[in-house]
Write a protein that binds this ligand. Structure first.
Ligand SMILES: CC(C)(COP(=O)(O)OP(=O)(O)OC[C@H]1O[C@@H](n2cnc3c(N)ncnc32)[C@H](O)[C@@H]1OP(=O)(O)O)[C@@H](O)C(=O)NCCC(=O)NCCS
Length: 419
């Protein structure tokens, strides 16, 4: 997992924590991850919400509030109570970070203006983010201090305004040139929502389609919308993670290939390259589910290593997500496209096709006339998507045919003339 870490050194991540997530029993794990990220020299800005705390404080005081998330009307009573609840939560966060030996400072970095009248309703003390005081945040970050940004804005004329924390996180990330926003979500805010798609990655267009097709509750819709906006405006990655589960909710999402939440990306930086020794473990562990379901033939570390120069991998942001091998026969006329797989989390994004095209190009460039593949469960992929046709075992080179018969997997033989 840690091989992916160096690329984030000195980068800025905005961690946007829902009030409910900060109150969840699993928050101690989130805190440990925050400490781990700091120890990896990643700059962190913490933006927090406080809906859960405002709701709780209102109940304790027997007060009715006009809105809890900084999007509707914030009347005098609600503003007063929100400031209390937010200040307490900011202080609790500060206390938690201090116990982890992390230096933190509360900021007034959000400069806001009144939201005004929307749909005929005066939103009173609700604000919209105008500007972010980038200089003050940068000064803290450069000093190794974690800025805490509460969901409150100031308008410079003596007014305090309640702002929405999803919006604040998005604006802070844009102004700081952050590499990521990580929305740590509250389970309760998603009450009645369909389960978040986990281990999923969405392009901006796909995220928009998902939002149109899926009726999410208001809190989660707001995060999707801000994630899309952030990606459209220059933040490369936004992660939505369930703050209520996982031993290492942030680290698993950021540094494991599987992830725990949903990622929306501005662009997927990917490339195909030769496999290296350091990739072998990852390749074996990625292939394991395919081997268990008899989609792929088991290959040992030694077998891969012996022909390592035949293998190539596809990586996204430095993470290997798929692989294939091109074994060229001694006469260089026939080659096998073998061991093709794409991680489940990255299927159906065109990477399989890309690997096949890459193998074809490579084979063509060394004069190979035809390519064959053996497949148990993806033969339709080869025929309908990649232009292979069904063939007979008789076309296989003798050593390959013997192995094919010995395995008894009854794979289909697929052939493509490269022309
Ligand atoms: C088969 C595999 C390599 C396809 O890779 P992928 O990145 O998901 O596929 P792509 O995104 O490039 O292509 C998607 C297209 O392939 C089709 N497809 C994907 N897997 C398929 C399968 N097993 N059977 C039939 N069609 C399949 C999709 O329906 C889609 O079709 P469309 O373009 O008409 O919509 C991948 O699913 C995989 O690794 N599977 C498990 C291992 C395996 O079976 N490997 C082959 C053994 S040699």
């Amino acid at each position: 997992m840690l091989q992916y870490v160096p690329q984030f050194r000195d980068r800025t991540f905005v961690i946007a924590i829902d009030g409910g997530a900060a109150a969840s029993p699993n928050f101690s794990n989130t805190l440990l991850d925050i400490a781990a990220l700091r120890s990896l020299s990643i700059h962190l800005v913490l933006v927090h919400g406080a809906s859960a705390q405002i709701t709780e404080l209102a109940a304790q005081r027997g007060v009715t509030v006009s809105n809890v998330d900084g999007t509707g009307i914030t009347d005098d009573v609600t503003l007063d109570l929100s400031i209390d609840a937010i200040t307490r939560l900011t202080s609790t966060l500060m206390q938690h970070l201090t116990t982890k030996d992390l230096r933190a400072a509360t900021t007034n970095a959000i400069l806001a203006h009144r939201a005004g009248v929307i749909g005929g309703q005066d939103l009173e003390h609700t604000g919209r983010v105008d500007r972010v005081d980038e200089g003050s945040l940068r000064a803290l970050l450069d000093d190794g201090i974690i800025p805490i940004v509460p969901p409150i804005g100031y308008d410079g004329q003596g007014n305090t305004l309640r702002v929405n924390s999803d919006e604040a996180a998005c604006e802070v990330a844009l102004r700081q040139g952050a590499s990521k926003i990580i929305y740590v979500m509250d389970e309760m805010a998603g009450d009645g929502c369909p389960e978040l798609p986990s281990e999923c990655q969405f392009s901006i267009a796909e995220a928009r389609d998902y939002l149109t097709a899926t009726p999410l509750c208001a809190g989660w819709t707001s995060k999707w919308e801000h994630a899309i906006r952030a990606c459209e405006s220059g933040v490369p990655r936004v992660h939505l993670i369930p703050g209520w589960r996982g031993d290492a909710p942030l680290l698993e999402e950021l540094f494991s290939n599987e992830g725990t939440g949903t990622m929306i990306f501005a662009d997927a930086y990917h490339r195909i390259r030769e496999a290296e020794r350091a990739d072998i473990e990852e390749m074996i562990s990625m292939m394991r589910p395919g081997v268990e379901k008899d989609k792929l033939l088991y290959l040992s570390r030694e077998e891969i290593q012996e022909k390592l120069s035949d293998y190539f991998v596809i990586e996204i942001d430095g993470n290997v997500v798929g692989s294939a091998a091109l074994h060229v026969g001694p006469d260089k006329q026939l080659a096998e496209l073998a061991c093709l797989f794409i991680k489940r989390s990255h299927e159906s994004q065109g990477y399989g096709k890309e690997l096949v095209r890459f193998a074809e190009e490579r084979a063509r460039s060394i004069g190979v006339a035809s390519l064959f593949a053996l497949s148990t469960q993806a033969s339709d992929f080869f025929t309908t998507v990649c232009g292979f046709v069904g063939g007979e075992a008789g076309i296989l080179p003798a050593d390959r045919r013997d192995a094919y018969e010995a395995h008894g997997r009854n794979s289909r033989v697929l052939v493509k003339e490269l022309g």
